[in-house]
Design a binder for this molecule. Structure first.
Ligand code: UD1
Ligand code: UDP
Length: 354
């Protein structure tokens, strides 16, 4: 039995690592890296540190407009699928690599399995929302992290092949949290436990829009607390392009993107999280860190409903008020499963192919 896993961007390496050893118990896994992310800190570091085997193929697609990037991926993935003839193509999340993998496979009649199916933020101007909707409609197996995701699919008429398995990123947290706690990143950065906030930012609406980027930088620079900011290259480039260096206050510590373990080490010890990332919102919730989300909507509504996440967009007053608020968050439900999602996905895949 042969399964092709498509990866390409940072969060997909983390998600794929939750599944790879489970799949390899019963199948041959061929890993296809599209090359969407190519910097060491966004790609290779995850293969080195997460027990993730080197990709069998790296298509080297790199950056580009949506059409160029997606088209190059489609061509490269189709070539590999025709050569390898897997029985199933497994895609993760909502990036252009996800859509390319599912579309290339579906068009040549290979069954698609989507891990992290059914998420919706109901804003089609975000590229991720387009990628999610299309991928779900191309998939024969849909692995949902939450009941909300199952309900979203049902509203679109997708009820066959849908499985509520929980979130594979919860598996990864369980597996790597203790190693993360042992990292020496805090003393190296001369940070104290709880004395800083952690920020990430990479969505086009925040990085490619000068006003939004400036507003966010001004807001965090006005805080009395240190803000550690491992910046995506898209964001560092935008700060330079717009000449916003002077809007980065002395309390804001920009670093390169971090390895998963170092990032988790900061996440478990920070005071609050500011982010526009999907995965980081959820990790903050799972690690009981109040999160301020620099977006207008989220595909993880459970985190907001339980009072652990506040949506503030790129509004300076809202950002400062949410970060400085000492309102107590509510109880957290077990919305993201039991940390055994990878095993459940593998079992369902095995049964569906045998
Ligand atoms: C992509 C995904 C996004 C996901 C994110 C994870 C899409 C449409 N977007 O966004 O859903 O949340 O990955 O991090 O698929 N760049 C580098 N080095 C790299 C990769 C990118 O410098 O290794 C820079 C380039 O200037 C590039 C820009 O970042 O143009 C954007 O990269 P891209 O892969 O298009 O989107 P991300 O913002 O990374
Ligand atoms: N992450 C990381 N290093 C960093 C920032 C984030 O390892 O410097 C991890 C983070 O723990 C989470 C994932 O990357 O598991 C989220 O990826 P990202 O924010 O790039 O994408 P999204 O989840 O928004 O698609």
């Amino acid at each position: 039995m042969k399964i092709a896993t498509i990866v390409g961007a940072r969060p997909q390496f983390i998600k794929a690592a939750a599944l790879t050893s489970e799949l390899r118990e019963f199948a041959e896994e061929v890993v296809i890296h599209t090359g969407q992310h190519y910097d060491y800190e966004l790609s290779k570091v995850f293969f080195e540190t997460l027990d993730l085997p080197e990709p069998d193929y790296n298509l080297g697609v790199g950056s580009g407009t949506h059409a160029v990037q997606t088209a190059k991926m489609l061509m490269g993935i189709e070539d590999v699928l025709v050569k390898e003839q897997p029985e199933l193509v497994l895609v993760h999340g909502d990036t252009n690599s996800t859509l390319s993998g599912s579309l290339a496979a579906a068009k040549i009649g290979i069954k698609v399995a989507h891990v992290e199916a059914g998420l919706r933020c109901y804003n089609r101007s975000l590229p991720e929302e387009v990628n999610r909707v299309l991928t779900d409609h191309l998939s024969g197996l849909l692995f949902c992290p939450t009941q909300t995701a199952v309900d979203n699919l049902e509203r679109e008429g997708i009820v066959t092949g849908v499985h509520l398995v929980g979130d594979v990123m919860k598996d990864m947290l369980k597996k790597f949290l203790s190693a993360a706690r042992d990292r020496e990143v805090l003393p190296e950065m001369e940070l104290g436990d709880g004395g800083f906030h952690l920020m990430t930012l990479h969505r086009p609406q925040n990085t490619d829009d000068e006003r939004n980027l400036r507003t966010i930088l001004d807001a965090v620079s006005d805080l009395d607390t240190d803000v550690v900011f491992p910046a995506h290259p898209r964001t560092t480039t935008a700060i330079e392009r717009f000449g916003l260096e002077e809007h980065v206050g002395d309390n804001v510590r920009i670093t390169d993107p971090l390895s998963y373990l170092d990032f988790l080490a900061l996440l478990v010890r920070c005071s609050k999280v500011l982010t526009d990332s999907g995965g980081v919102q959820k990790e903050a919730y799972l690690l009981e860190k109040p999160c301020v989300t620099l977006r207008e909507e989220t595909e993880w509504p459970e985190t907001v409903e339980d009072g652990w996440n506040i949506l503030v967009g790129a509004d300076k007053d809202k950002i400062i008020s949410a970060v400085t608020s000492d309102a107590a968050p509510g109880a957290r439900r077990e919305s993201f499963g039991d940390g055994k999602a990878g095993h459940k996905v593998a079992e369902i895949v095995r049964n569906s192919l045998s």
